[in-house]
Design a protein around this ligand. Sequence first.
Ligand SMILES: NC(=O)c1ccc[n+]([C@@H]2O[C@H](COP(=O)([O-])OP(=O)(O)OC[C@H]3O[C@@H](n4cnc5c(N)ncnc54)[C@H](OP(=O)(O)O)[C@@H]3O)[C@@H](O)[C@H]2O)c1
Length: 327
Amino acid sequence: MGSVPVMLAIYASEIHPDDPLRGLEVGEMPDPSPPDGWTTVTIRAAALNHHDLWSLRGVGLAEDKLPMILGCDAAGIDEDGNEVVVHAVITSDSWRGDETLDPRRSLLSERYPGTLAERVAVPRRNLIAKPQELSFEHAACLPTAWLTAYRMLFTRGGVTPGMTVLVQGAGGGVATALTVLGSAAGARVWVTSRAERKREEALRLGADAAFESGARLPERVDAVMETVGQASWAHSIRSLKPGGTLVVSGATSGDAPPAELTRVFFLQLSVVGSTMGTRDELERLLRFCLERNIRPAVHETMPLVEAREGFRMLLEGDVVGKVVFTT
Ligand SMILES: NC(=O)c1ccc[n+]([C@@H]2O[C@H](COP(=O)([O-])OP(=O)(O)OC[C@H]3O[C@@H](n4cnc5c(N)ncnc54)[C@H](OP(=O)(O)O)[C@@H]3O)[C@@H](O)[C@H]2O)c1
């Protein structure tokens, strides 16, 4: 009997809620064996997300799924030699319609092996043609952070040209995407960040003004985009105009902020959840990036085998934009 083919992969071998990098392994894992209707993508670039740190902490990844290859984002080559981008939301076979609403959906790396590897198996319907004009590195940034930002702004937040939008935690992968996409769509984008360097970078990316986290704003805004959670929630609620909308897709700093209920009802605010995006939204995002000549902010590109360093950088919060791994 021949030996099982293997590939380089970055995987979680153990869960450590307070020391996520302890369970991170760089090593060999079996090659994917796609079931019917699935196909294998040879990965050229894969981007890192905060989701991968959550997985190592045991949020969204159960102990009985270990070892699990991490990663949601990938761009690569399909079995027919086409350049493709992978949509990371995996639905149940019978699900039709908005993929993000399937109660049994998962993201790559939660139930099925993820993209921080040389190859990944995905349902055929999860592949989207990669435009030639986008590099593999840029395309790999889009399926999670950028797709999440797109849906937050345009589907869930109803952001239209001329609105003022506040983006909390400007340095993050989702936050940099919110800044660039919101600005390209004609919104006035204000950001907050704890770090001066990140505020400067946000201005360079298209933000109209940048403030220290928690600072009083010159005027109230139409919409706030939240991924920071507990640390910025009260500021987000207080920054909204009457009738304004807060869109939340993450809670990096904790998920038990004061609810600010009185303000929510008295000012008739809308608090709207958002998660990832549909395949259609990912296609529209790709087209928007091409039409407006938008390219994701990449903090650093490094070989997949050096992924541990990328995880360390993201954990320490010293990143503006995306960390991308190439194979
Ligand atoms: N629902 C979804 O589908 C979805 C999709 C993507 C991401 N997410 C979630 O959204 C969050 C952001 O993801 P990401 O990949 O963009 O993460 P990231 O690149 O690591 O960015 C996190 C940002 O949060 C800010 N931050 C972190 N801790 C903070 C604190 N204690 N106080 C104030 N600001 C803090 C930082 O902003 P500054 O340093 O600039 O202040 C940092 O740039 C994560 O929790 C992730 O799981 C959810």
